[in-house]
Design a binder for this molecule. Structure first.
Ligand SMILES: [Zn+2]
Length: 371
């Protein structure tokens, strides 16, 4: 900025796009997240911003291998030069978390997924983490500020510490049931001192309106987690506690969820696999200067228009808005995927609640596989 200013170049126009070459872990799709914060950061600046709505399931590249521009920004370069880093930080971090949350939710189907990972992250960023986790598909979040941010009630269960402070499980279960607000579902932690099935029965007998039991069994005692879940399910069922749900936590990700679902788990507390998910490494590149195509090595110059097949979630890029491509999978006409977000500094993108964005994500997840 200092150099451009000294050389009288502050008014030079630049059009830039945000793309990512590859998704982490060879993921085939991602969930675009962080846009609302980018809008808050950039509104009022003399720029135009177009892109895919927040919560859109995107791919890194089209079927032909062209990078998918998720956002395109245009204006005097000096209007947005210093915001490249924060814009990227907002979308890279949030999109990584939202994508991992979506993968866990996809694996869990209609079973409960709660974001439990904030205790491993710096408190200053917990609201952003839990917002992205919720948008990606988590049913609830555990941080108070995160829940407030998304306008939801926080969810969680009793800690082992409660049982240890009381010294025995039954007294702790009863005290919890007696004191905690009646609206809060009763979930008893059943792996503190004894075998899980023993403590599960204790919980069923101690709390009249028991909603669920939670297994947070440490790795050193786990053996086969699915077997443990199956056994607890069996022992509760034969005693008439079929309605009591089984929630599991500890080292959960989208790869282990299917075997736990098959064993009878009804819900998951997912920690660091979501909260510490890999970032999606978007980059911003100038592709037009004063209306002429330019690009650094390895990037393609010129303004691009992004199209999508809403059924196959395939993308295509053209150099003209009128050039409507056909989906390589289903051959149907694609739809222009980008929408105007900021025009001449004015926000034109309607704000959506995290709940609405999440619903949009869940709908698209029906059209992708866990690949
Ligand atoms: Zn299609």
């Amino acid at each position: 900025m200092e150099v451009l200013k000294a050389k009288g170049m502050l008014s030079q126009h630049a059009l830039s796009e945000f793309t990512v070459g590859d998704l982490p872990n060879n993921w085939k799709w991602g969930v675009f997240c962080g846009l609302e914060e980018i809008v808050r950061l950039m509104e009022g600046k003399k720029i135009d911003l177009w892109g895919i709505p927040e919560g859109t399931v995107f791919r890194a590249r089209t079927a032909k291998g062209i990078r998918v521009p998720v956002l395109t920004i245009n204006g005097s370069y000096s209007e947005y030069c210093i915001y490249e880093t924060p814009m990227l930080g907002l979308m890279c971090h949030s999109s990584g978390i939202a994508t991992m949350a979506a993968r866990c939710k996809k694996a869990a189907g209609n079973r409960l997924v709660i974001s439990f990972g904030i205790r491993r992250m710096h408190p200053a960023i917990c609201p952003a983490i839990d917002r992205a986790a919720f948008i990606g598909g988590c049913d609830a979040v555990s941080s108070l500020l995160g829940a407030e941010t998304i306008g939801e009630e926080p969810r969680g269960t009793m800690p082992h510490a409660l049982i240890i402070m009381f010294g025995d499980q039954r007294t702790a279960f009863k005290a919890f049931d007696e004191i905690v607000d009646k609206r809060i579902p009763r979930v008893a932690l059943i792996d503190t001192y004894s075998d899980e099935k023993e403590e599960a029965i204790m919980a069923c007998e101690s709390i009249k309106k028991l909603w669920g039991v939670r297994l947070d069994t440490p790795g050193s005692r786990k053996g086969s987690f699915p077997e443990l879940i199956r056994e607890v399910r069996w022992e509760m069922d034969i005693r008439g506690y079929k309605h009591v749900k089984i929630i599991v936590s500890g080292g959960i990700d989208e790869k282990v969820i299917p075997s736990l679902v098959a064993a009878g788990a009804d819900g998951f507390g997912v920690g660091t696999s979501i909260s510490n998910a890999r970032t999606i490494d978007f980059a911003m590149d100038i592709v037009e200067k004063d209306g002429r195509p330019v690009a650094k090595r390895g990037k393609y110059g010129g303004r691009k228009y992004l199209f999508r097949c809403d059924h196959c979630l395939e993308y295509e890029v053209t150099t003209s808005k009128e050039d409507i491509p056909k989906c390589p999978r289903c051959q149907n006409e694609m739809r222009l995927a980008e929408i105007p977000i900021i025009l001449d500094g004015k926000r034109v993108y309607e704000e959506k609640s995290p709940k609405e964005i999440r619903a949009y994500v869940l709908k698209q997840l029906e059209n992708v596989e866990l690949e």
